[in-house]
Design a protein around this ligand. Sequence first.
Ligand code: CFM
Ligand code: HCA
Length: 531
Amino acid sequence: PEEIKDKLVADFPSKIARKRAKAIVVNTGTDETPQIAANARTVPGLITMRGCAYAGCKGVILGPTRDVLSITHGPIGCGFYSWLTRRNQTRPPKPEDENFMTYCLSTDMQESEIVFGGEKKLAQAIEEAYQLFKPKTIVVHATCPVGLIGDDIHQVTRAAQEKLGIKVFGFSCEGYKGVSQSAGHHIANNQIFKHMVGTDNTASPSPYRVNLLGEYNIGGDAFVIEDLFARCGFELVSTFCGNSDHDSMCRSHTAELNLVMCHRSINYMADMMETKYGIPWIKVNFIGAEATAKSLRKIARYFGDEKLIEQTERVIEEEMPAVSEARQLYQERCRGKKVMLFVGGSRAHHYQELFKELGMEVVAAGYEFAHRDDYEGRRVLPSITVDADSRNIEELTVEKDPERYKERVSPEKCAELAANGVEFKDYAGMMPEMEAGSLTIDEPSHHETFRLLELYKPDLYCAGVKEKYAVQKTGIPCLQLHSYDYGGPFAGFEGAINFYKDVDRLVSSRIWSYLEAPWQRQTQVKATYGI
Ligand code: CFM
Ligand code: HCA
């Protein structure tokens, strides 16, 4: 593997090769993981997998909340390309309930606003949106030019809030605010925490109240998890933010436990809610049947009620036979096949569970924009150096709420639960769970990706839409782990079976080996390069 690492960066100029080498590590198969360079600026000129801070804020965190009306302040492209492309599904409980997700609202900035300022047009847009939809809350997302020309979106939203008498606030999530989508997550977490969480104290009577943080209902995953929770007897107060609505997020501080699914995008919220309201958090994973069972058991054990524990076991028992049957069938066809996954900030880890269940070998994995704690575990948090790009993003000062802070678990109970596998505020990261000799690569460039494909010839490559067709042109199938190739759900027990089927279809089909692009047969364009 060390040799492969050298080959991946061999064609880069030496300075770039040195930088990229730090983002490629060989796993040890133990808890002693090497350090990886992550959350650093992309090298200009390398073709990146990443997106921008606006995408992380508007598309990822706010996108799935159905009745918060989002307006993109910017040229039309940013709004258009973040318009439901993420497949975050929603299901309003009643037909008359609001769902604005199918709309794309933008100020459509033109040259005149870029030159003379866009605040007036933004104020008009907010008013027009209010007249049309009469929503409870309107939020404004800033795109790159907004920050560049100095439009003050917060001043405009404050004035609109006063005038319209509804909640209006903004996100300074200009695309360039950070090195990736990750900055946008943090910006979104801060504003949701400030303006929504804790604004409605109505609590449900169930004692088993949980929030699900970092589950965005892609391909209907949250529907599957909601169903499992209901059957086990857990009361879901709110989800951040899949299949969510404004009011449930305002009540989220009434929960007894926070469940963190995607650590990267929402760990800020979990920590802030713990500090202010005393809600502890545990890491869960509902991708993979075994991981789902383990997570459900952890939740039941936290509450400790015998009936709840029994009911949870019953649900697992009901689900497992179908999973085992499917697993046996598909394992026969998939076992031993090699796979690589390069996705976002949490799925490259979570989906390894499903490949393990199929008996497939994960030879390389990595994230697009995760931080070192997502790779190496939260134990490295104190040693992460905060660079200028991260310092750029506001860290809220959060204090105990004088009235509403409540200690949910005593330190003794905490120790007892930890001994039983319910560890609080902990995430061990992706790398300790990978096999010795496998590779972890942060934000592989297009060039490195194609070197990897040549060197390993994997049976399957998992990534996003920007990678998919380029990869398939090399004869290797590509599964989109962002959009699920328009299929899914992949979460829970039912999702695991769907996943086994889809993977089998990809790795067992011979179609890819027949593929020959015209340029492989014959050079299409003759060219001479002159420098
Ligand atoms: Fe979390 Fe996500 Fe992901 Fe993410 Fe994303 Fe996504 Fe993703 Mo695409 S919040 S980090 S910013 S799990 S949109 S639902 S699929 S890159 S791995
Ligand atoms: C985003 C959204 C995205 C893109 C997916 C892809 C998603 O990063 O802005 O590249 O295919 O999941 O839709 O991650």
